[in-house]
Design a protein around this ligand. Structure first.
Ligand SMILES: [Cu+2]
Length: 98
C-alpha cells in the first residue's frame, strides 16, 4: 500500500510573482496550498490540474488537490493585475515515485 502523504504550503501572490515560486511534491500527495495576496487580486491557475482559484488581498484561500500527474506545471495568474502580469509565474513540480 502506498503511503498517502499530505503536503501543506503557504503561498503569497504579489505583483508580479509568487512566494515560494516553486512547489515540489510527490505524485499521489494530497496537497493543500493556503494562498493569500499581498496587494491586488491574483489567480492561482494550473491548466493541467484544472485549478483556477482567485486569491484576494488579505484573505486566505485553501486550494486542495491530489497531485496525480507527474511533471512540471506552470502556475500562472489568469487575471490582469498590472504591467508585469504576463511574467507572473511559478512552478509546480510533481515527482514520480521511485
Ligand atoms: Cu497577478
Amino acid at each position: 500500500m502506498p503511503d498517502v502523504s499530505q503536503k501543506a504550503f503557504k503561498l503569497e501572490a504579489y505583483r508580479f510573482s509568487y512566494s515560494p515560486d516553486t512547489i515540489v511534491v510527490n505524485k499521489g500527495d494530497v496537497v493543500r496550498i493556503t494562498a493569500t495576496s499581498r496587494d491586488v487580486t491574483h489567480v492561482f491557475f494550473i491548466a493541467e490540474y484544472g485549478i483556477n482559484e482567485k486569491v484576494e488581498k488579505g484573505k486566505y484561500k485553501d486550494i486542495e488537490f491530489v497531485a496525480d500527474k507527474a511533471g512540471e506545471f506552470e502556475i500562472i495568474c489568469s487575471t490582469y493585475c498590472g504591467q508585469g502580469h504576463y511574467r507572473m509565474k511559478a512552478k509546480l513540480i510533481v515527482e514520480e515515485d521511485e
